[in-house]
Design a protein around this ligand. Structure first.
Ligand SMILES: Cc1cc2nc3c(=O)[nH]c(=O)nc-3n(C[C@H](O)[C@H](O)[C@H](O)COP(=O)(O)OP(=O)(O)OC[C@H]3O[C@@H](n4cnc5c(N)ncnc54)[C@H](O)[C@@H]3O)c2cc1C
Length: 409
């Protein structure tokens, strides 16, 4: 492992920093626009357009589709430098990280030319319509169905849930059941959708944090052209696997305060154990040491992924390890901070108390991170089966026709 940039990467990092120094002031605007979602979206679109113009959007994608034709390592360097500005836009991550790579892999040239460059420029937002009330970890268990009509188009009916940014999306990719007479993985087909199509209803879900980023989406006889199909009929599981692999890749490390910020906070809080700050307490120091060790482990796991990327290879299961540990760490660090803040922990607000409020935000976000993109248990299964080579889980439904499976609800 060599953790340093090579000459070409160092040059790219320098150019990136120079560009961000000139254009990065947009993030100050964003901080001021907090809670004004329309304004925030407008700024996010401008930022994406500026990046596309300068060749910093989708760096590793072909120039033909609006990318730069660069390397995965250059993409990582840009993301690292961009993250230092302190704010990340989520609006485009699902589209560019998961949906569009699937569109690129499974659609014709005309469709790609129409859909991909506008997404790279930030003109359009995409959502991923996979999860359903009874199909989350078991994505192949979905019941939303698409029925082929006489003119060759499809009628889509059913319900999705937890669809991030559906309320702001122009397009989405949807997984539907097209044959219930075969085992569940064999009767699925994927399509891309115009989210403004008649028959689509989006209902926002209100989260504990007070925000509302995801939705229920209902389909009633939504007409979908066959040209919107991604991959072969009934081969949607293959298509979905590509999206899910990209999803695991795009979930990186945790954002926000870690052990260092917790240590600084502890130094300012009076100990309830006879004078001095919380930092003097043995129990707290033990926990801090654990957080430090995990953070270092995450750092080196990430560096290992970067080394793999720099060799032109795709990082493997270490991404599952990174996501599993960083989501837990995020929640535990935030929890410890809120505990130590005592009653002030429930009053913190990122706008008024930017440092302390960030712990509160992560307290909520950590819980979401432990579910989204694969729950802790599912990631452990992946690590057990694909990394450690342990026996696979028993899958009693693998050979049973979907229509004959017992229905829980
Ligand atoms: C912030 C956020 C954003 C999201 N955005 C999207 C989105 O944009 N599009 C989308 O399609 N979905 C989205 N999701 C949904 C997400 O993919 C699912 O919530 C996730 O896959 C888990 O599914 P579930 O909620 O149905 O839980 P379930 O699958 O019902 O799981 C319930 C519990 O059982 C455990 N469990 C299930 N199966 C096993 C097993 N085989 N072994 C051991 N334990 C098991 C799980 O780990 C979990 O603890 C989002 C979720 C969150 C939290």
């Amino acid at each position: 492992m060599d953790f340093r940039d090579n000459a070409q990467e160092a040059e790219f990092r320098k150019n990136t920093r120079d560009w961000l120094a000139v254009h990065g002031s947009i993030f100050t605007e964003l901080k001021l626009a907090k809670y004004d979602r329309e304004k925030e979206l407008e700024i996010a679109k401008r930022w994406q357009a500026a990046k596309a113009e300068a060749g910093y959007a989708c760096i590793a994608w072909p120039v033909e589709w609006g990318g730069r034709g660069g390397t995965a390592m250059e993409q990582t360097i840009f993301s690292e430098e961009e993250e230092k500005l302190g704010v990340r836009f989520q609006y485009f991550s699902i589209g560019l990280g998961m949906c569009l790579p699937t569109v690129i892999a499974f659609s014709d040239k005309e469709t790609k030319s129409r859909l991909v460059p506008p997404a790279v420029r930030g003109d359009t937002i995409w959502c991923q319509l996979f999860s359903e009330p009874a199909a989350g970890s078991d994505v192949a268990g979905i019941r939303t169905r698409a029925i082929e009509t006489e003119d060759g188009s499809w009628l889509l009916s059913g319900q999705k849930v937890w669809t991030s940014y559906a309320h702001q999306s122009d397009y989405g990719i949807v997984l539907a059941r097209t044959n219930p007479d075969v085992p569940k993985h064999k009767g699925l087909t994927m399509f891309w959708l115009d989210m403004k199509s008649p028959g689509i209803e989006v209902r926002p879900i209100h989260m504990a944090s007070g925000e509302s980023d995801f939705n229920e989406v209902f389909f009633t006889d939504v007409r979908v052209k066959d040209s919107q199909r991604l991959g072969e009929v009934n081969q949607g599981w293959k298509t979905a696997l590509l999206t899910l692999d990209n999803e695991r890749l795009s979930f990186g490390g945790a954002e926000g305060p870690d052990w260092e910020e917790l240590m600084s906070l502890a130094a300012t809080l009076p100990s309830g154990m006879g004078g001095g700050s919380v930092l003097k307490e043995g129990g707290f120091r033990d926990k801090l040491a654990d957080f430090y060790v995990l953070s270092e482990g995450l750092k080196y796991t990430r560096l290992r992924s970067l080394t793999t990327l720099s060799r032109g290879q795709t990082p493997g299961p270490e991404n599952s390890v990174g996501k599993l540990i960083s989501a837990t760490q995020m929640q535990r660090v935030a929890n410890e901070a809120l505990e130590r803040l005592d009653q002030y922990g429930i009053l913190a607000d990122e706008d008024f108390l930017s440092d302390v409020g960030a712990f509160q935000r992560n307290f909520y976000w950590g819980a979401a991170m432990r579910i989204a993109g694969g729950t802790d248990e599912i990631l452990r299964n992946i690590i057990a089966e694909r990394v450690l080579g342990l026996p696979r889980e028993h899958r009693l439904d693998a050979e049973v026709a979907f229509k004959d499976l017992p229905k829980g609800i």
